[in-house]
Design a protein around this ligand. Structure first.
Ligand code: PMP
Length: 360
């Protein structure tokens, strides 16, 4: 098979070693004569998967004891609603720091449940797109929590500082979780759809601090109720068992390569190869200031957008897949999540150089 590198923003690449292992044990998992998909989520064998995966995730992110880890459905968008419904309590407002498409979408959903105080935290720095420093974010006194999205998948923007507040910080880590170490104790709730750095779509990880349970004042669907999910060990209803199993295998793989510190080292090296190449070229450009460039999602434009279609066609033929930018912004985007090896980024840069040369 021709070597293919998949730059899709999500569902994204899964480590090749994990896919091979899953393939090898697909039809006869652990000698049971069935696949892991076909056994009860309450069976001893699956409960062992659930337990080990939580243990490994806790170890990878050094999740403190007073946090619960939930394996949920509904993607990050379900959490856009679950967060206000679970956390508002008696409050009627929450702060939403708007740094891009996904933070904005979360604020829009929150409007159904409260008056979100939406703060545009974007700015221009040295002619590039950037984010205001967190000390400058105007937070409100009556907010129940402060929501932000540290990695904007579409905009290619990463926010490296945290809101300066004593309110619970809620973060959508969908496109950056496990890409580098984080201090979980700084957050009230972390959530992330699985389909980038965790595993297949269909699973959503929620990490919630214990004291934030039981605040919900309104009737909320049980399937979104953190307290119910904690009480039922994420098995209030049938969880997405195959996605959960595969996520567990991704966690094992991450541990085997040296955990999130090693992952950060690799991700920084990969991103540097691509940004350095773009920066030295007059043919390609990235519009994000280096302070806020995403390690995971690298949008870039061709000087002549009329060449976009040709670029994508030739990239595809060279085994470099899914480089088309999001429809909201156009251009190109290379998503270089954990599973993307540096060889993939080098292949992309080689192709970009060749394409530039060919246009001459
Ligand atoms: N937040 C972020 C940062 C995302 O990248 C995405 C998906 N690309 C979402 C939320 C929405 O996720 P889902 O489709 O799992 O609801």
């Amino acid at each position: 098979m021709e070597q293919v590198y998949n730059f899709c923003a999500g569902p994204a690449m899964i480590p090749a070693d994990v896919l091979k292992k899953a393939q090898a044990e697909l039809v006869d998992w652990h000698g049971l004569g069935t696949s892991v998909m076909e056994i009860s989520h309450r069976s001893k064998a699956f409960l062992a998967v659930a337990e080990q995966s939580e243990k490994d995730l806790r170890e990878l992110l050094a999740i403190p004891e007073n946090y619960h880890v939930l394996f949920c459905h509904g993607g990050a968008r379900a959490q856009f609603a679950a967060v206000p419904m679970n956390l508002l309590g008696d409050a009627t407002s929450a702060d939403y720091m708007d740094g891009g498409y996904w933070a904005h979408s979360a604020a829009q959903e929150a409007e159904k449940y409260c008056r979100p105080n939406v703060v545009d935290i974007t700015c221009e720095r040295e002619g590039k797109r950037a984010i205001l420093p967190a000390q400058a974010w105007p937070l409100s006194d009556d907010a129940a929590y402060v929501h932000f999205c540290p990695n904007e998948t579409i905009d290619g923007i990463e926010i490296r500082d945290l809101p300066v507040t004593d309110k619970p910080i809620v973060a959508d880590l969908s496109s950056t979780i496990l890409s580098r170490p984080i201090d979980v104790s700084q957050y009230g709730v972390i959530y992330a759809g699985a389909q980038k750095n965790i595993g297949p779509a269909g699973l959503t990880i929620v990490i919630v601090r214990d004291d934030l349970l039981g605040l919900a004042k309104q009737a909320l669907p049980s399937i979104l109720d953190y307290t119910v999910l904690v009480e039922k060990d994420s098995m209030f209803n049938t969880p997405p068992t195959f996605a959960w199993y595969l996520a567990g295998e991704v966690f094992k793989w991450l541990k085997s390569i040296g955990g999130v510190a090693e992952m950060q080292r690799r991700n920084e090296a990969k991103a540097k190869v691509l940004y350095d190449f773009i920066d030295q070229s007059d043919f390609y450009r990235n519009e994000v200031h280096p302070d806020n460039r995403s390690l995971m999602n690298v949008p870039f434009q061709l000087k002549n957008p009329q060449l976009d279609a040709l670029f994508l066609e030739q990239a595809e033929a060279a085994g470099l897949k899914a480089l088309k930018g999001h429809r909201a912004v156009g251009g190109m985007r290379a998503s270089i999540y954990n599973a993307m090896p540096i060889e993939g980024v080098r292949a992309l840069v080689d192709f970009m150089a060749k394409f530039e040369h060919q246009q001459g």
